[in-house]
Design a protein around this ligand. Structure first.
Ligand SMILES: Cc1cc2nc3c(=O)[nH]c(=O)nc-3n(C[C@H](O)[C@H](O)[C@H](O)COP(=O)(O)O)c2cc1C
Length: 306
């Protein structure tokens, strides 16, 4: 169950997999967790690499599955799969930047196709209602515009399809991650959404729990999502400052959970996490270099033992 106001973990492709979500949940219990984007076409075809994205830990913390695509039939069928897998919410990706995805009319390209965007929201809502076992919120995560901010117009279009939650990252598609997130655009959206039943989360550049709480109060919003500030810092949501020992311990726990969820997984995919976990440690460079060569849990154990 979502308890407002929410301070949650944003969806991050290549990062918020089952392993990292469990780590963050164990360390600091955010208000909500999101999966990475899950392509609906791969999910309905039952592709093993995509189906694996539905792995999850058992927790009371709500987990939203984020779906990516541009075909309503696939969204309907993918939503049914996600509902049967027990997720607590379905988020629709309308902000992804990846060139391959945008070229194919998905992610942020949906900002240019408002009628299709509305049809997708309505389709997912219909899937939840047809499924009928419990009420599951349908949300949209998006940006302020494609090549320039069109926040007011875009948010009104989304609201017309009745999503339960909208999350707005305060940048356009062409801006990618440049400059600062524009919280004045977020304020504009918040003022419109506040007059409806839809809940509203702001997103972009939040660095601490104090800042998260201040944004919620200052902008009178229902919550915020945090992405990059949680890299290497799964304690973010508790405000705890980890000791070097705790960082090493969590790095090892991350590797153990990786083996648990993905027994045949490639350890190289953990390298970014190694860099983030060790970056502030006194012997960071040497430790990082040695961790980069690891291929399995035993290699990591030997390095951390010393
Ligand atoms: C490496 C990376 C991957 C991302 N993957 C996704 C994704 O799968 N779905 C999504 O909606 N947003 C994705 N985002 C955007 C984040 O959810 C978030 O909107 C953005 O990072 C701004 O928040 P922050 O400043 O707190 O990081 C990604 C961002 C980064 C940096």
């Amino acid at each position: 169950m979502l308890i407002y106001p929410i301070i949650g973990l944003a969806p991050i492709d290549g990062v918020t997999d089952a392993v990292f979500r469990q780590i963050v949940d164990e360390c600091s219990h955010p208000g909500v967790l999101y999966t990475e984007f899950i392509p609906v076409n791969g999910l309905v075809l039952g592709k093993p690499a995509i189906t694996k994205m539905l792995l999850r830990h058992q927790t009371k913390t709500p987990i939203f599955a984020q779906l990516l695509g541009n075909e309503t039939d696939n969204f309907y069928n993918a939503a049914m799969i996600v509902l049967n897998a027990g997720f607590d919410g379905i988020d629709i990706n309308m902000g992804c930047l990846d060139n391959n995805i945008v070229k194919r009319g998905m992610g942020a390209a949906l900002i240019l196709q408002p009628k299709l965007a509305q049809a997708i929201i309505k389709t997912v809502k219909k899937a939840v209602s047809d499924w009928g076992k419990r009420s599951v919120p349908v949300s949209v995560k998006t940006r302020t515009g494609y090549d320039k901010p069109i926040t007011t117009e875009w948010i009104r279009r989304l609201l017309a399809a009745g999503p339960d939650i909208i999350t707005l990252h305060g940048r356009t598609y062409v801006q990618k991650y440049a400059g600062k997130a524009d919280w004045e655009e977020i304020a504009k959206a918040a003022a419109i959404v506040r007059r409806t039943k839809t809940k509203f989360f702001g997103n972009g550049d939040i660095k601490s729990m104090e800042e998260a709480k201040k944004k919620i109060t200052d902008y009178q919003i229902d919550g915020v999502l945090i992405g990059r500030s949680v890299f290497g810092n799964p304690w973010f949501f508790s405000g705890h400052s980890p000791t070097p020992k705790e960082k090493i311990k969590i790095l090892y726990r991350h590797c153990q959970l990786f083996n648990h969820y993905f027994p045949a997984g490639d350890f190289r995919s953990l390298r970014k996490h190694f860099v983030w976990y060790v970056k502030s440690l006194s012997h960071a460079a040497d430790l990082k270099n040695r961790l980069m060569k690891t291929e399995n849990l035993e290699d990591v154990r030997k390095i951390l033992k010393n």
